[in-house]
Write a protein that binds this ligand. Structure first.
Ligand code: UDX
Length: 432
């Protein structure tokens, strides 16, 4: 099939490359000329394990191409995926849909034969209805079909998640589009993915409800971890004990810093705004947002206690600053709250991240990037393990701390406290 992905961010690029690997002809379109040029030269604009190999392979065998010409690319394709960003509106909680609607307007002038137009970006309930209105201004309704097909890709695991999804959701009431899309996804269905056909609005809401629920699960265990810390209980025992109940499930019950990333913070806010429009108060999600916002302050209070309320001039190291491992994404990472706050209080911060130095911290006073773990922890008073990169999972702290022993605050519960304490280090973790 001939596909066109509009937007070459995580969603568009990963889905486009994977669709081409399944044997489809895919054009990935972006208005950013530099990005497209880079991609044509085999340079991948994002860090995602396995992506580069797959881009090079499919670009070489000519199933994958890149273009800045949206109109021509749409004309050549049967199925168009809209994969542009839907960030939070400035100063508000709702999603900014201007990129989606601009793309819809452009598509509307390029419909030369029947097209299925799909929103893969996360879009609020009723966005499909709006896109349909925009496109019908210039086209007969028989010439196109607007479908919602949300993605559930995790950064760092995006290719695996694309190839082995738990489910494929197709939101449309039109039989023809449903048949064509079931056919497109058949290779994944054959490998065990469940194919679900719903109304378009239901598909839009499934995405938001899923992300809001996962954010709730994390926030729930984070609050239980707070109670564990005060009562001498290990939160990991609670996660295991709860997770074995099949109705609950063990995943997304890892206590840690505030959840971050490009989806959970943005989508929880957007679903509340959408619900408000329909005069529905999503009070649970509202408190999840509040609790998550408060989480970084709670962890900072613990840092303050660990350092006996003396932060000024203390040398603090951050191992990992991204919102999770296997990504270079800094969006809504809790390190962006914690590092500036500690720097303001007079701490001297060094950080190491496997994905390199971060622009976000370049202008901060007394915040320095270190090229190695060794350099980062040298002379430190407190080492904070902020992100669960594999690189941090078997550090020989004894070897690294030859001249001076530092305190370790493991915000991801990577290490066993007995083991580290036996090596003579003061060790703190989350929910223990
Ligand atoms: C998420 C959804 O998982 C995905 O389905 C959706 O399409 C996009 O948003 P992503 O943002 O890549 O994916 O990251 P995810 O692995 O879900 O983690 C999000 C945040 O939750 C991270 O900050 C992570 O550290 C945190 N988290 C996750 C926890 O703190 N505990 C957990 O048990 C799981």
């Amino acid at each position: 099939m001939k596909l066109c992905m509009i937007g070459t961010g995580y969603v568009g690029l990963v889905s486009g490359v994977c669709f081409s690997d399944l044997g489809n002809d895919v054009i990935c379109v972006d208005k950013n000329f530099n990005k497209i040029n880079q991609l044509k030269n085999g340079k991948i604009p994002i860090y995602e394990p396995g992506l580069e190999e797959l881009v090079l392979k499919n670009y070489k065998n000519k199933r994958l191409s890149f273009s800045t010409d949206l109109k021509e690319s749409v004309k050549k394709s049967d199925i168009i995926f809209i994969c542009v960003g839907t960030p939070t509106k400035k100063g508000e909680n709702g999603a900014d849909l201007s990129q989606i609607y601009n793309v819809a307007k452009e598509i509307s002038t390029s419909i030369n034969k029947f097209k299925i137009i799909i929103t893969k970006s996360t879009v609020p309930l009723t966005t499909g209805d709006e896109i349909e209105k925009i496109i019908s201004k210039k086209n007969n309704k028989k010439k196109f079909s607007i479908v919602s097909n949300p993605e559930f890709l995790r950064e760092g695991e995006a290719i695996r998640d694309f190839i082995y999804p738990d489910r494929v959701i197709i939101g449309t009431n039109e039989k023809k589009s449903n048949r064509i899309l079931k056919n497109l996804y058949q290779p994944l269905i054959s490998k065990g993915a469940k194919y679900i056909n719903t109304s378009r609005r239901a598909a839009e809401l499934i995405k938001y409800a899923s992300n809001a629920f996962l954010a709730t699960k994390i926030t729930f265990i984070n609050e239980i971890a707070n109670l564990c810390e005060k009562t001498g209980i290990n939160v990991e025992d609670i996660s295991i004990g709860m997770g074995l109940d099949k109705r609950i499930g063990g995943r997304f019950l890892r206590a840690g810093p505030a959840y971050g990333g490009s989806c959970f913070p943005k989508d929880t806010k957007a679903i509340i705004t959408t619900a408000d429009k329909f005069k529905t108060n999503l009070s649970v999600i509202r408190s999840v947002i509040k609790s998550n916002k408060n989480r970084s302050s709670l962890l900072l209070n613990r840092v303050n206690e660990i350092l006996n309320k003396k932060i000024k001039n203390k040398k603090i190291t951050f191992l990992g600053v991204t919102f999770k491992a296997n990504t270079d994404d800094m969006r809504d990472s809790s390190s962006q709250i914690m590092i500036p706050s500690l720097s303001k209080k007079g701490a001297i911060i060094k950080y190491f991240d496997p994905t390199g130095q971060k622009n976000e911290f370049k202008k901060l006073k007394n915040v320095f990037y270190s090229k190695t773990i060794k350099e980062a922890v040298e002379g430190s008073d407190l080492v904070i393990i902020h992100t669960e990169w594999n690189d941090f999972k078997s550090i020989n702290f004894k070897n690294l701390a030859k001249s001076k022993k530092f305190i370790i605050y493991d915000m991801r519960n990577i290490y066993s406290s007995d083991k580290i304490q036996n090596q003579g280090f003061k060790y703190y973790s989350v929910g223990k």
